[in-house]
Design a protein around this ligand. Structure first.
Ligand SMILES: Nc1ccn([C@@H]2O[C@H](COP(=O)(O)OP(=O)(O)OP(=O)(O)O)[C@@H](O)[C@H]2O)c(=O)n1
Length: 403
Protein backbone atom coordinates (compact mmCIF):
# COMPACT_ATOMS: atom_id res chain seq x y z
CA UNK A 1 0.00 0.00 0.00
CA UNK A 2 1.23 3.47 -0.84
CA UNK A 3 0.17 6.78 0.70
CA UNK A 4 0.22 9.34 -2.09
CA UNK A 5 -0.23 12.52 -0.13
CA UNK A 6 1.75 12.45 3.07
CA UNK A 7 0.60 14.63 5.98
CA UNK A 8 2.71 17.72 6.68
CA UNK A 9 4.25 16.15 9.81
CA UNK A 10 6.02 13.57 7.63
CA UNK A 11 6.96 15.94 4.83
CA UNK A 12 9.02 18.02 7.27
CA UNK A 13 11.01 14.91 8.21
CA UNK A 14 11.57 13.63 4.66
CA UNK A 15 14.97 15.40 4.22
CA UNK A 16 16.25 13.51 7.29
CA UNK A 17 15.28 10.16 5.80
CA UNK A 18 16.83 11.21 2.48
CA UNK A 19 20.19 11.93 4.13
CA UNK A 20 20.14 8.54 5.87
CA UNK A 21 19.20 6.57 2.76
CA UNK A 22 21.70 8.40 0.53
CA UNK A 23 24.40 7.42 3.01
CA UNK A 24 23.40 3.78 2.45
CA UNK A 25 21.28 3.21 5.55
CA UNK A 26 17.68 2.12 5.79
CA UNK A 27 15.29 4.61 7.38
CA UNK A 28 11.54 4.50 7.99
CA UNK A 29 8.77 6.33 9.76
CA UNK A 30 7.56 3.98 12.52
CA UNK A 31 5.19 3.52 15.43
CA UNK A 32 2.31 5.70 16.58
CA UNK A 33 2.62 8.33 13.85
CA UNK A 34 2.07 5.80 11.04
CA UNK A 35 -0.86 4.25 12.94
CA UNK A 36 -2.44 7.64 13.62
CA UNK A 37 -2.07 8.75 10.00
CA UNK A 38 -3.86 5.61 8.79
CA UNK A 39 -6.62 6.20 11.33
CA UNK A 40 -6.90 9.89 10.32
CA UNK A 41 -6.13 10.88 13.89
CA UNK A 42 -3.97 13.75 15.12
CA UNK A 43 -0.30 12.86 14.57
CA UNK A 44 1.90 13.56 17.57
CA UNK A 45 5.61 12.80 17.30
CA UNK A 46 6.99 11.44 14.06
CA UNK A 47 9.49 8.72 15.02
CA UNK A 48 12.17 7.46 12.68
CA UNK A 49 13.86 4.05 12.86
CA UNK A 50 17.10 3.41 11.00
CA UNK A 51 19.80 0.83 10.43
CA UNK A 52 22.35 3.56 11.21
CA UNK A 53 23.95 3.21 14.63
CA UNK A 54 23.86 6.26 16.94
CA UNK A 55 27.47 7.26 16.16
CA UNK A 56 26.71 7.04 12.44
CA UNK A 57 23.63 9.27 12.86
CA UNK A 58 25.72 11.79 14.77
CA UNK A 59 28.34 11.77 12.04
CA UNK A 60 25.74 12.44 9.31
CA UNK A 61 23.94 15.37 10.93
CA UNK A 62 25.32 18.68 12.05
CA UNK A 63 23.11 19.28 15.10
CA UNK A 64 22.18 16.32 17.30
CA UNK A 65 21.25 15.76 20.92
CA UNK A 66 21.81 12.48 22.80
CA UNK A 67 18.24 12.09 24.07
CA UNK A 68 18.47 8.37 24.80
CA UNK A 69 21.74 7.19 23.37
CA UNK A 70 21.88 4.05 25.56
CA UNK A 71 18.60 2.97 23.87
CA UNK A 72 19.87 4.01 20.46
CA UNK A 73 17.96 7.28 20.20
CA UNK A 74 19.52 10.48 18.89
CA UNK A 75 17.57 13.64 18.19
CA UNK A 76 18.40 15.48 14.99
CA UNK A 77 17.67 19.21 14.95
CA UNK A 78 16.56 20.56 11.61
CA UNK A 79 15.08 24.03 10.94
CA UNK A 80 14.00 24.37 14.57
CA UNK A 81 12.32 20.94 14.62
CA UNK A 82 13.62 17.90 16.50
CA UNK A 83 13.33 14.38 15.05
CA UNK A 84 14.16 11.27 17.08
CA UNK A 85 16.08 8.63 15.17
CA UNK A 86 16.27 5.25 16.87
CA UNK A 87 18.55 2.48 15.70
CA UNK A 88 16.78 -0.79 14.84
CA UNK A 89 17.01 -2.93 17.97
CA UNK A 90 15.95 -6.35 19.15
CA UNK A 91 15.43 -6.56 22.88
CA UNK A 92 12.60 -4.74 24.51
CA UNK A 93 13.80 -1.56 26.10
CA UNK A 94 10.43 -0.63 27.43
CA UNK A 95 10.83 -2.12 30.88
CA UNK A 96 10.82 0.01 33.97
CA UNK A 97 12.96 3.10 33.39
CA UNK A 98 14.56 2.47 36.78
CA UNK A 99 16.05 -0.77 35.47
CA UNK A 100 18.01 0.12 32.34
CA UNK A 101 18.29 -2.82 29.98
CA UNK A 102 20.92 -4.00 27.60
CA UNK A 103 20.03 -3.22 24.00
CA UNK A 104 21.14 -5.02 20.90
CA UNK A 105 21.29 -2.87 17.79
CA UNK A 106 20.54 -4.62 14.51
CA UNK A 107 20.57 -3.66 10.86
CA UNK A 108 17.19 -5.17 9.95
CA UNK A 109 13.80 -3.52 10.02
CA UNK A 110 11.93 -6.80 10.49
CA UNK A 111 13.89 -7.59 13.67
CA UNK A 112 12.92 -4.19 14.99
CA UNK A 113 9.24 -4.44 14.10
CA UNK A 114 8.77 -7.90 15.52
CA UNK A 115 9.60 -6.86 19.11
CA UNK A 116 6.99 -4.07 19.06
CA UNK A 117 3.79 -4.42 21.08
CA UNK A 118 0.82 -4.57 18.69
CA UNK A 119 0.41 -5.10 14.96
CA UNK A 120 -1.13 -1.64 14.58
CA UNK A 121 2.05 -0.19 16.11
CA UNK A 122 4.41 -2.38 14.08
CA UNK A 123 3.88 -0.62 10.75
CA UNK A 124 6.66 1.28 9.02
CA UNK A 125 6.55 3.73 6.14
CA UNK A 126 9.24 4.63 3.64
CA UNK A 127 10.25 8.13 2.76
CA UNK A 128 7.82 8.23 -0.16
CA UNK A 129 4.81 6.71 1.60
CA UNK A 130 5.14 2.95 0.95
CA UNK A 131 3.73 1.06 3.96
CA UNK A 132 5.71 -1.92 5.27
CA UNK A 133 3.27 -4.28 6.95
CA UNK A 134 4.90 -7.51 8.12
CA UNK A 135 2.34 -8.55 10.73
CA UNK A 136 -1.07 -7.74 9.29
CA UNK A 137 -1.32 -4.36 10.98
CA UNK A 138 -3.24 -2.83 8.06
CA UNK A 139 -5.96 -5.48 8.28
CA UNK A 140 -6.12 -5.05 12.04
CA UNK A 141 -6.55 -1.30 11.63
CA UNK A 142 -9.31 -1.93 9.07
CA UNK A 143 -11.06 -4.47 11.29
CA UNK A 144 -10.51 -2.67 14.59
CA UNK A 145 -8.32 -5.25 16.34
CA UNK A 146 -5.60 -4.94 18.99
CA UNK A 147 -3.36 -7.96 18.42
CA UNK A 148 0.07 -8.61 19.93
CA UNK A 149 2.89 -9.03 17.42
CA UNK A 150 3.66 -12.76 17.34
CA UNK A 151 3.19 -14.35 20.74
CA UNK A 152 1.24 -12.26 23.26
CA UNK A 153 2.80 -13.85 26.32
CA UNK A 154 6.30 -13.04 25.06
CA UNK A 155 5.32 -9.43 24.32
CA UNK A 156 3.71 -9.01 27.75
CA UNK A 157 6.65 -10.67 29.49
CA UNK A 158 9.03 -8.21 27.81
CA UNK A 159 6.96 -5.37 29.21
CA UNK A 160 3.92 -5.86 31.40
CA UNK A 161 2.82 -2.28 30.76
CA UNK A 162 1.74 -3.46 27.32
CA UNK A 163 -1.32 -5.06 28.96
CA UNK A 164 -2.42 -1.60 30.08
CA UNK A 165 -1.60 -0.29 26.61
CA UNK A 166 -3.89 -2.91 25.07
CA UNK A 167 -6.77 -1.67 27.22
CA UNK A 168 -5.86 1.95 26.54
CA UNK A 169 -5.73 1.58 22.74
CA UNK A 170 -8.94 -0.41 22.85
CA UNK A 171 -10.61 2.45 24.75
CA UNK A 172 -9.19 5.21 22.55
CA UNK A 173 -9.83 3.54 19.20
CA UNK A 174 -12.89 1.43 20.01
CA UNK A 175 -10.94 -1.66 18.89
CA UNK A 176 -11.50 -5.13 20.28
CA UNK A 177 -8.68 -7.10 21.90
CA UNK A 178 -8.01 -10.27 19.90
CA UNK A 179 -8.61 -13.56 21.76
CA UNK A 180 -4.99 -14.79 22.08
CA UNK A 181 -3.85 -11.34 23.13
CA UNK A 182 -6.53 -11.28 25.81
CA UNK A 183 -5.51 -14.79 26.91
CA UNK A 184 -1.93 -13.58 27.34
CA UNK A 185 -3.21 -10.65 29.35
CA UNK A 186 -5.23 -12.87 31.70
CA UNK A 187 -2.19 -15.11 32.16
CA UNK A 188 0.34 -12.38 32.88
CA UNK A 189 -1.71 -9.73 34.61
CA UNK A 190 0.05 -10.24 38.02
CA UNK A 191 3.23 -8.89 36.38
CA UNK A 192 1.64 -5.45 36.45
CA UNK A 193 2.71 -5.26 40.08
CA UNK A 194 6.32 -4.91 38.90
CA UNK A 195 5.62 -1.85 36.78
CA UNK A 196 6.28 1.68 38.03
CA UNK A 197 3.05 3.31 39.19
CA UNK A 198 3.70 6.41 37.08
CA UNK A 199 3.73 4.38 33.87
CA UNK A 200 0.56 2.49 34.77
CA UNK A 201 -1.16 5.72 35.71
CA UNK A 202 -0.56 7.35 32.32
CA UNK A 203 -2.16 4.40 30.52
CA UNK A 204 -5.02 4.12 33.01
CA UNK A 205 -5.87 7.80 32.61
CA UNK A 206 -5.73 7.60 28.80
CA UNK A 207 -7.97 4.55 28.97
CA UNK A 208 -10.59 6.28 31.09
CA UNK A 209 -10.66 9.28 28.75
CA UNK A 210 -11.14 7.11 25.65
CA UNK A 211 -14.48 7.02 23.85
CA UNK A 212 -14.80 3.29 24.62
CA UNK A 213 -13.60 3.61 28.22
CA UNK A 214 -16.61 1.72 29.65
CA UNK A 215 -15.81 -1.35 27.59
CA UNK A 216 -12.12 -1.37 28.48
CA UNK A 217 -12.87 -0.90 32.17
CA UNK A 218 -15.33 -3.79 31.98
CA UNK A 219 -12.56 -5.99 30.55
CA UNK A 220 -10.15 -4.71 33.21
CA UNK A 221 -12.61 -5.80 35.89
CA UNK A 222 -13.40 -9.18 34.30
CA UNK A 223 -9.75 -10.02 33.63
CA UNK A 224 -8.73 -9.00 37.18
CA UNK A 225 -6.49 -6.17 35.99
CA UNK A 226 -7.98 -3.92 38.67
CA UNK A 227 -6.61 -6.18 41.39
CA UNK A 228 -3.06 -5.36 40.38
CA UNK A 229 -3.45 -1.61 40.13
CA UNK A 230 -2.64 0.74 43.02
CA UNK A 231 -5.37 1.54 45.53
CA UNK A 232 -8.58 -0.39 45.76
CA UNK A 233 -11.83 0.36 44.00
CA UNK A 234 -14.76 -1.84 45.05
CA UNK A 235 -17.00 -3.81 42.70
CA UNK A 236 -20.03 -1.66 43.31
CA UNK A 237 -18.18 1.60 42.62
CA UNK A 238 -16.62 0.08 39.51
CA UNK A 239 -20.02 -0.81 38.15
CA UNK A 240 -21.21 2.75 38.78
CA UNK A 241 -18.14 4.16 37.06
CA UNK A 242 -18.63 1.87 34.07
CA UNK A 243 -22.22 2.93 33.62
CA UNK A 244 -21.22 6.61 33.86
CA UNK A 245 -18.52 6.05 31.24
CA UNK A 246 -20.98 4.45 28.87
CA UNK A 247 -22.49 7.91 28.41
CA UNK A 248 -19.72 10.33 29.15
CA UNK A 249 -15.93 10.27 29.52
CA UNK A 250 -13.61 12.73 31.24
CA UNK A 251 -11.81 15.20 28.96
CA UNK A 252 -8.96 15.86 31.41
CA UNK A 253 -7.00 13.78 33.91
CA UNK A 254 -8.25 15.89 36.80
CA UNK A 255 -11.79 14.94 35.83
CA UNK A 256 -10.79 11.26 35.68
CA UNK A 257 -9.74 11.30 39.34
CA UNK A 258 -12.61 13.47 40.56
CA UNK A 259 -15.02 11.07 38.89
CA UNK A 260 -13.43 7.93 40.35
CA UNK A 261 -13.34 9.37 43.85
CA UNK A 262 -16.83 10.83 43.69
CA UNK A 263 -18.08 7.32 43.08
CA UNK A 264 -15.98 5.87 45.91
CA UNK A 265 -17.11 5.81 49.53
CA UNK A 266 -13.67 6.97 50.73
CA UNK A 267 -13.42 9.72 53.33
CA UNK A 268 -11.01 12.61 52.78
CA UNK A 269 -8.13 10.96 54.70
CA UNK A 270 -8.64 7.73 52.81
CA UNK A 271 -8.84 9.58 49.49
CA UNK A 272 -5.44 11.14 50.17
CA UNK A 273 -4.01 7.71 50.89
CA UNK A 274 -5.55 6.31 47.68
CA UNK A 275 -4.18 9.18 45.61
CA UNK A 276 -0.72 8.79 47.17
CA UNK A 277 -0.77 5.15 46.14
CA UNK A 278 -1.38 6.34 42.57
CA UNK A 279 1.38 8.97 43.01
CA UNK A 280 -0.87 11.76 41.80
CA UNK A 281 0.56 15.28 41.64
CA UNK A 282 -0.10 17.73 44.47
CA UNK A 283 -2.22 19.86 42.15
CA UNK A 284 -4.52 17.02 41.19
CA UNK A 285 -4.83 15.90 44.81
CA UNK A 286 -5.75 19.41 45.89
CA UNK A 287 -8.44 19.67 43.23
CA UNK A 288 -9.92 16.29 44.06
CA UNK A 289 -10.06 17.08 47.78
CA UNK A 290 -11.88 20.34 47.01
CA UNK A 291 -14.27 19.09 44.33
CA UNK A 292 -15.33 15.61 45.44
CA UNK A 293 -17.08 16.57 48.71
CA UNK A 294 -19.14 19.15 46.78
CA UNK A 295 -20.21 16.69 44.12
CA UNK A 296 -21.10 14.17 46.81
CA UNK A 297 -23.24 16.68 48.69
CA UNK A 298 -25.14 17.58 45.55
CA UNK A 299 -25.76 14.01 44.54
CA UNK A 300 -26.32 12.84 48.08
CA UNK A 301 -24.65 9.57 47.29
CA UNK A 302 -25.50 6.84 49.76
CA UNK A 303 -23.87 3.48 50.04
CA UNK A 304 -26.39 0.96 48.88
CA UNK A 305 -27.01 -2.52 50.16
CA UNK A 306 -26.03 -4.70 47.18
CA UNK A 307 -28.49 -7.46 48.00
CA UNK A 308 -31.39 -5.05 48.14
CA UNK A 309 -30.29 -3.62 44.79
CA UNK A 310 -30.20 -7.14 43.37
CA UNK A 311 -33.59 -8.11 44.82
CA UNK A 312 -35.38 -4.99 43.65
CA UNK A 313 -33.34 -4.34 40.49
CA UNK A 314 -36.34 -3.88 38.17
CA UNK A 315 -38.12 -1.41 40.41
CA UNK A 316 -34.93 0.43 41.23
CA UNK A 317 -33.99 0.81 37.54
CA UNK A 318 -37.46 2.14 36.76
CA UNK A 319 -37.24 4.70 39.54
CA UNK A 320 -33.74 5.77 38.47
CA UNK A 321 -34.92 6.13 34.87
CA UNK A 322 -37.60 8.49 36.04
CA UNK A 323 -35.56 10.50 38.51
CA UNK A 324 -32.53 10.61 36.20
CA UNK A 325 -30.12 11.49 39.00
CA UNK A 326 -27.20 12.64 36.86
CA UNK A 327 -29.19 15.04 34.75
CA UNK A 328 -30.76 16.63 37.79
CA UNK A 329 -27.31 17.20 39.27
CA UNK A 330 -26.05 18.96 36.17
CA UNK A 331 -29.12 21.21 36.14
CA UNK A 332 -28.59 21.94 39.80
CA UNK A 333 -24.96 22.98 39.27
CA UNK A 334 -25.96 25.09 36.24
CA UNK A 335 -28.61 26.92 38.23
CA UNK A 336 -26.14 27.58 41.06
CA UNK A 337 -23.65 28.99 38.53
CA UNK A 338 -26.33 31.16 36.89
CA UNK A 339 -27.10 32.80 40.21
CA UNK A 340 -23.48 33.85 40.84
CA UNK A 341 -22.49 37.49 40.08
CA UNK A 342 -19.58 36.44 37.80
CA UNK A 343 -18.64 33.29 35.93
CA UNK A 344 -14.90 34.03 35.55
CA UNK A 345 -12.26 36.40 36.92
CA UNK A 346 -12.13 38.48 33.71
CA UNK A 347 -15.65 39.70 34.56
CA UNK A 348 -14.40 41.53 37.66
CA UNK A 349 -15.16 45.26 37.40
CA UNK A 350 -11.51 46.14 38.11
CA UNK A 351 -8.34 44.30 37.22
CA UNK A 352 -4.65 44.14 38.11
CA UNK A 353 -3.63 47.21 36.14
CA UNK A 354 -6.42 49.22 37.80
CA UNK A 355 -5.03 48.21 41.21
CA UNK A 356 -1.56 49.36 40.12
CA UNK A 357 -2.88 52.67 38.68
CA UNK A 358 -4.78 53.31 41.89
CA UNK A 359 -1.59 52.67 43.85
CA UNK A 360 -3.27 49.98 45.95
CA UNK A 361 -1.11 47.01 44.97
CA UNK A 362 2.30 47.07 43.27
CA UNK A 363 3.20 44.56 40.57
CA UNK A 364 4.58 41.45 42.23
CA UNK A 365 3.58 38.34 44.11
CA UNK A 366 0.85 40.07 46.15
CA UNK A 367 -1.10 40.91 43.03
CA UNK A 368 -2.29 37.34 42.45
CA UNK A 369 -3.40 37.11 46.05
CA UNK A 370 -5.30 40.41 45.86
CA UNK A 371 -7.13 39.44 42.66
CA UNK A 372 -8.14 36.06 44.12
CA UNK A 373 -9.47 37.75 47.28
CA UNK A 374 -11.58 40.15 45.18
CA UNK A 375 -12.87 37.28 43.06
CA UNK A 376 -13.88 35.25 46.10
CA UNK A 377 -15.60 38.23 47.76
CA UNK A 378 -17.62 38.93 44.61
CA UNK A 379 -18.60 35.28 44.09
CA UNK A 380 -19.76 35.03 47.70
CA UNK A 381 -21.65 38.36 47.26
CA UNK A 382 -19.65 40.01 50.03
CA UNK A 383 -18.82 42.89 47.66
CA UNK A 384 -20.69 44.13 44.59
CA UNK A 385 -18.96 43.81 41.28
CA UNK A 386 -18.67 47.55 40.63
CA UNK A 387 -15.48 49.64 40.29
CA UNK A 388 -16.41 51.73 43.34
CA UNK A 389 -17.21 48.80 45.67
CA UNK A 390 -14.16 46.83 44.57
CA UNK A 391 -11.84 49.85 44.89
CA UNK A 392 -12.88 50.50 48.46
CA UNK A 393 -12.72 46.79 49.26
CA UNK A 394 -9.20 46.62 47.80
CA UNK A 395 -8.09 49.78 49.62
CA UNK A 396 -9.34 48.41 52.91
CA UNK A 397 -7.82 44.99 52.41
CA UNK A 398 -4.54 45.60 50.65
CA UNK A 399 -3.25 49.16 50.88
CA UNK A 400 -1.55 48.44 54.20
CA UNK A 401 0.06 45.29 52.76
CA UNK A 402 3.77 45.56 52.05
CA UNK A 403 4.49 44.81 48.41
N1 LIG B 1 5.59 -0.67 25.83
C1 LIG B 1 5.78 -0.33 24.56
C2 LIG B 1 5.79 1.03 24.19
C3 LIG B 1 6.02 1.35 22.86
N2 LIG B 1 6.23 0.39 21.94
C4 LIG B 1 6.50 0.73 20.52
O1 LIG B 1 7.03 2.06 20.44
C5 LIG B 1 6.18 2.91 19.66
C6 LIG B 1 6.12 4.30 20.26
O2 LIG B 1 5.66 4.24 21.58
P1 LIG B 1 4.92 5.42 22.34
O3 LIG B 1 5.41 6.71 21.82
O4 LIG B 1 4.97 5.13 23.79
O5 LIG B 1 3.38 5.21 21.97
P2 LIG B 1 2.57 5.40 20.65
O6 LIG B 1 2.27 4.07 20.08
O7 LIG B 1 3.26 6.38 19.77
O8 LIG B 1 1.18 5.95 21.16
P3 LIG B 1 0.82 7.34 21.87
O9 LIG B 1 1.55 8.41 21.11
O10 LIG B 1 -0.66 7.39 21.73
O11 LIG B 1 1.28 7.18 23.28
C7 LIG B 1 4.84 2.18 19.65
O12 LIG B 1 4.06 2.53 18.54
C8 LIG B 1 5.27 0.72 19.64
O13 LIG B 1 5.67 0.34 18.35
C9 LIG B 1 6.20 -0.95 22.32
O14 LIG B 1 6.38 -1.82 21.47
N3 LIG B 1 5.98 -1.28 23.63
Amino acid sequence: MKINTLPQEFIGAQPILKILTRAGFEAYFVGGSVRDMLLSQVIHDVDIASSAFPEEVKFLFEKTVDTGIQHGTVMVLDHGEGYEITTFRTESTYTDFRRPDSVTFVRSLSEDLKRRDFTINALAMTLDGEIVDLFGGLDDIKNGIIRAVGDAETRFTEDALRMMRALRFSAQLGFIIEADTQKGLIELVPNLEKIAVERIRVEFEKMLMGASAANSLKIAVQDKVMLYLPGHIGQWELSLIISDLEIYQANHIVVVWCHLLTRSPLKIQEMTHFMRQWKLSRDIMKTVIAVVPIVRQIENVTILDLYTVYSYADVLLEILKITDVADKTIQHVRSILKMLPITQSSELAINGSDLIKLGIVQPGPRMGHALKAMEKAVVLSEVSNTPEALTSFAKEQFSHDKN
